[in-house]
Design a protein around this ligand. Structure first.
Ligand code: CA
Length: 703
């Protein structure tokens, strides 16, 4: 079936290539390198190769931002996983929503020019850890490039949205490879990695010729089958840092490059951030020792060949899901009186790294938020000083930060005017409990070497656990290595940031607002409702002399799916929408469409306490990562405590795949019929719990 689809796509590709685009979206390397000379455009996902997410525009500034009003809105098709930063070229906006659907909009009016749906099979939802989001497109020489969730890379005609070519980037469809990141294009090569390290994959990055789609190079990021010789010197270096059964029980080692890249045209170096180990548990994957290169690393390679130049590993032997896939920003900083070409990253592990980007030399590493896994970084060796108490492979440990990270994929920005990095940071902890006998099973099954998460069900106790989760906007000074100012949020998982020459920082929030702060002081200068949690990185552009600021509004991803409902006091329902502002804009945001219906009366519980308890463990181990742990929905996927009587009747069929085309895959491989019954009984119990809680609350509020 899939093979046939590809054959058809190739056939169409040649026809479409003949109708090559004329003047639309003629972006090339010279234009991106000189992006500052055309500040009205936003040519790549982070505006320029240095990925600063800084706009030189200043018509909107700290003196007039209070007059910002809505210019237009555009409703996306799927209300989840909104993670993209739009690209704007010559008055046209190219952006993406869930399931990698691409939209081309008139940037001044929001009118749809074309839409391309790659038709990602909805039953591939199980292959992703963290929702079916997409972080945007690349534009190059009249084409728009999008990497779909199922691993296909598309070249589209920028004028029409028609497919020019498609390539399958996945090397092994028996494993859960997915793509959520934006491709980058350097020297005519479209460069893309993938995700999947929660499931058991071997991470790699591939470059394709932008014109023809021919593969230019592929580099693996962790060693492969130990019975075969390493592919190259880089893999030989990596192999000596691994042992044990990463290939069989780990499922491939991990180290996936699912988000960040940057490029320095003067040094001609491409920088790539890599992810966590597969499984998380180093005992399972590498007998508990070894640095396990190139997990949690920043790699510098040559963009034309993928040849290795240098690496810096932020978390040697990572066992906490501390990816180094977070934003990579290139800048010039004056350190000890000397101008240095640096690379900056605030990975999940809570340390802010400044590296010399020519050599990979560590210049500084200070914690940007409290952390318990390491007390510091030894500047002579570049290695973290790990705390013994953080090793959970011998027994359960509470570690700060947890797998959500002190900073996740929500992009940070840097203003060369203030010299500050604006980090959407978050305090959180993770209780890691080892399952040292866990092993890779098959595609779509988590393999992280931990026990299923367990949380108290008592609402007060639960809020106690989660109350330590706090969000912050940090204005981090990378030279002084401390926060210059901080904005505190009650919730984590706030949006990415944009810095502008108007002395502004823009950010969306988890509680459903979009905000502007003074970039130098952090004072709040403007805010507007967004109806929904906002996660993506905002951007700014100009059309006909008018400056616009765009937010991709929408909720979803790892935290909202698994814990969003627990941590949010007010429910933030996901509504996916592009919202664009300008000075004096007078459009109105439609009222929130998505509200929870009243709780349907739950059916009678028929199982005993032991069965409900078994259902709870199964639910939290298998279902809770998407439908909310303890069955507390996070405003993205259906809250299963609200099942209607009709859905209760259909329950077993839905778990067996009846709604696979709606994004609810079959779980028959993991749940036997009596398991499904136990999960169902647990959900009925939770509906009764919620019913009782609501009655108590309404009685209390009546008094
Ligand atoms: Ca991960």
């Amino acid at each position: 079936m899939i093979k046939q689809a590809f054959a058809v796509a190739f056939g169409l590709g040649f026809a479409a290539a003949a109708l090559a685009a004329g003047g639309t979206a003629q972006v090339d390397g010279a234009r991106i390198i000189n992006a500052d000379s055309e500040p009205g455009n936003w040519l790549t996902t982070a505006r320029s190769y240095s990925e600063q997410r800084f706009s030189p525009l200043k018509r909107i500034n700290d003196g007039n931002v209070a007059q910002l009003g809505l210019a237009w809105t555009y409703r996306l098709d799927v209300d989840r996983g909104v993670e993209a930063t739009p690209v704007v070229v010559d008055g046209v906006m190219y952006t993406t929503g869930a399931y990698s659907i691409v939209y081309a909009l008139d940037a001044a009016s929001g009118a749809l020019k074309w839409k391309f749906d790659p038709l990602v099979p909805r039953d591939t939802d199980r292959d992703g850890c963290c929702d079916v989001g997409n972080r945007g497109v690349a534009v190059w020489k009249g084409r728009v490039y999008v990497a779909a969730f199922d691993g296909r890379l598309f070249a589209l005609d920028a004028a029409s949205g028609r497919k020019v070519w498609v390539r399958d980037t996945v090397i092994d469809h028996k494993r859960s490879y997915t793509i959520t990141g934006a491709p980058r294009i350097v020297k005519g090569r479209v460069i893309i990695g993938n995700g999947g390290a929660e499931f058991g994959v071997r991470g790699y990055v591939t470059a394709y010729d932008a014109a023809s789609g021919k593969q230019a190079w592929r580099i693996f990021l962790v060693p492969g089958d130990p019975s075969k010789p390493p592919e190259n010197k880089m893999m030989a270096m990596a192999k000596s840092t691994w042992s044990g059964s990463y290939w069989s029980t780990g499922g491939g080692g991990g180290g996936t490059a699912w988000d960040s890249m940057a490029y320095d045209p003067d040094l001609d170096l491409l920088y790539i951030g890599t992810g966590n180990g597969s499984s998380w548990n180093r005992k399972v994957r590498s007998d508990g020792h070894g640095d396990n290169l190139f997990l949690s690393s920043i790699l510098a390679v040559k963009p034309e060949t993928g040849a290795y130049v240098w690496h810096y590993q932020t978390t040697p032997g990572d066992t906490w899901d501390y990816t180094a896939t977070q934003s990579i920003i290139l800048a010039e900083l004056t350190i000890n009186g000397k101008s240095r070409k640096v690379l900056m990253q605030a990975p999940k592990n809570s340390f802010f790294y400044v590296l010399d980007r020519a050599t990979g030399e560590l210049l500084s590493a200070q914690p940007y938020l409290p952390t318990t896994w390491a007390s510091g970084v030894d500047m002579s060796t570049g290695r973290p000083q790990e705390n013994a108490g953080a090793d959970w492979t011998t027994g359960p440990k509470l570690v700060v930060p947890g797998p959500l990270g002190a900073h996740n994929w929500q992009p940070m920005s840097y203003s060369p005017l203030t010299g500050l990095v604006y980090i959407p940071a978050q305090e959180n902890a993770g209780l890691y409990s080892p399952a040292n006998d866990s092993t890779w099973q098959h595609r779509g099954v988590w393999n992280i070497g931990t026990q299923p998460l367990s949380l108290p069900e008592d609402v007060k106790q639960l809020q106690g656990v989660i109350s330590s989760f706090k969000g912050h906007l940090l204005a981090w000074d990378p030279v002084l290595q401390k926060a210059r100012w901080t904005v505190d949020y009650p919730n984590i998982w706030n949006g990415g940031t944009l810095a502008t020459a108007g002395n502004l920082v823009f950010q969306g929030t988890a509680d459903g607002r979009v905000v502007a702060y003074a970039a130098d002081t952090g004072s709040k200068l403007w805010e507007s409702p967004a109806n929904t949690g906002v996660m993506a990185g905002p951007m700014s552009y100009e059309v006909s002399g008018e400056q616009y600021v765009t937010f991709m509004a929408g909720w979803g991803g790892a935290f909202p799916l698994a814990l969003g409902g627990i941590a949010q006091n007010a429910k933030v329902m996901s509504e996916a929408r592009v919202i664009t502002f300008k000075l004096g804009g007078s459009a109105t945001l439609p009222p929130p469409e998505h509200k929870l219906a009243p709780l349907p009366p739950p059916p009678a519980l028929t199982a005993d306490a032991a069965t409900v308890d078994r259902g709870r463990n199964l639910f939290n181990g298998i279902c809770g990562v998407c439908h909310g742990l303890n069955a507390i929905g996070g405003g993205v996927l259906p809250d299963l405590r609200y099942l209607t009587s009709e859905k209760h009747l259909l329950f077993n069929g839905i778990v067996a795949g009846a709604y696979a085309r709606k994004g609810m895959p079959s779980f028959s491989d993991l749940l036997k019929p009596d398991d499904v019954d136990a999960v169902h009984q647990y959900l009925i119990q939770r509906a009764h719990d919620l019913d009782a809680q609501m009655k108590t609350e309404s009685t209390a509020s009546a008094h």
